[in-house]
Design a protein. Sequence first.
Length: 112
Amino acid sequence: MTEQIPPALHRWTRLRMQQLQTQLAGLEVAAEQDSLSEATGQMMQQLSEVEATARRTLHALTYYAVRNRILTQTEVARRSGITVTAAGSRASSRLAFDAYDEAMATPVQAQP
């Protein structure tokens, strides 16, 4: 039997992907501002939000994968485009722990 990602982590990750889609849509709106400085500033703000959401999600998944020996640090590094040392640091970071803890506290709705 194939193991699956824990339902709470799966749900949390799906919610983060939806959040990223919303943030990216906001980026399109920001780019349509009349003022160049306003458009640039709003795009920077939107991209910062995208970056933070993606980073938090990636750290939680790295924590889960490394801590549960689903992927090695080397595999995480290769798939993420970072060094093996960075993969280990990411998996043991406070951000990873906090994001994973948040994910596992996500309520999972019963499927109909």
